[in-house]
Design a protein around this ligand. Structure first.
Ligand SMILES: C[S@@+](CC[C@H](N)C(=O)[O-])C[C@H]1O[C@@H](n2cnc3c(N)ncnc32)[C@H](O)[C@@H]1O
Length: 268
């Protein structure tokens, strides 16, 4: 039996086999499974159950994307961080470290971040990229939520965040390595990122709706270099659109979930 749950604006975000969950909880006991099946018919139970930590843990455990330690993708002998303590909306320090380790390993010249926010990750990317590298980063223009694809309610706090007025890489020693773009990534001309050639590393962390991450990914796949890589943030059932999209994408591309992070990695 397949079941789904609805989140945000009625988008069916997560589909999983409910009997798999039953199997885990009730240890094959038929009478308990019967009770669970009955409970599932109750809307109030379904609502709580499909948003519980237990359910999210099960989703992660049964995700089709294999998990690998960072060490299998990159080693990080000496990374450089400045002003990097994270706040709500940023990556965790370990996630920033994972991206920077990949940058040091792969030495990308042309980089792109979708979703600048306060520029924390942008700054760390620029600090660890080769001297002649260029980090493109795009965000919506201040105060603008005119986007082609649906915007999640939970994204609005980051879109309107006032701390974005001053981005962390501005007036730093690596500011010359960063080019800020303003616009809706789902309607933007990606040719503006590839003036110096295809992109060696793309980090997708803009809008979190299914449609938005799908559009960003399709554009990224068009402009990524043959030897390049793409990273996505927020691979967690809490961001159902991202989670569902990446699970679907994993049927076509060999994706890797980086252990201890919400990052997914792909290299063509
Ligand atoms: C979670 S924050 C990004 C965090 C940042 N990458 C970091 O590591 O600190 C998401 C950002 O994406 C931006 N955003 C949302 N939808 C977008 C869109 N369609 N085009 C461009 N930027 C978008 C928001 O304004 C917000 O600043």
């Amino acid at each position: 039996m397949a079941t789904g749950f609805f989140y945000g604006k009625g988008i069916n975000l997560v589909i999983m086999k409910a009997n798999t969950v039953e199997h885990q909880i009730f240890d094959h006991k038929r009478w308990k499974r019967k009770i669970f099946a009955k409970l599932l018919r109750k809307k109030s139970f379904r609502k709580r159950f499909f948003q519980s930590d237990f359910f999210f843990q099960q989703m992660m455990e049964y995700s089709p994307i294999p998990c690998q330690p960072l060490a299998s993708l990159a080693c990080c002998e000496q990374l450089v961080f400045e002003n990097f303590l994270s706040r709500n909306g940023n990556l965790s320090p370990y996630e920033v470290m994972a991206i920077c380790a990949l940058i040091q390993e792969r030495k990308p010249q042309n980089l792109l971040e979708i979703g600048t926010f306060d520029g924390n990750t942008t700054l760390q990317m620029a600090l660890n990229a080769p001297e002649k590298a260029l980090v493109h980063t795009i965000d919506l223009p201040p105060g603008n939520v005119q986007t082609m694809q649906p915007v999640l309610k939970s994204d609005l706090q980051f879109i309107y965040d006032e701390k974005k007025q001053r981005r962390k890489f501005e007036e730093t020693k690596v500011a010359h390595k960063v080019r800020q773009h303003f616009g809706d990534s789902t309607a933007y001309d990606f040719a503006k990122f590839t003036e110096n050639g295809p992109l060696d590393l793309i980090f997708i962390d803009g809008g979190h709706s299914y449609e938005c991450v799908k559009s960003d990914t399709e554009n990224a796949l068009r402009v990524v270099a043959d030897h390049g890589c793409i990273l996505w943030h927020d691979f967690t059932p809490h961001f159902g659109g991202v989670f569902q999209f990446l699970c679907e994408l994993s049927k076509k591309l060999q994706l890797v979930h980086i252990e201890g992070t919400n990052l997914v990695y792909y290299s063509p």
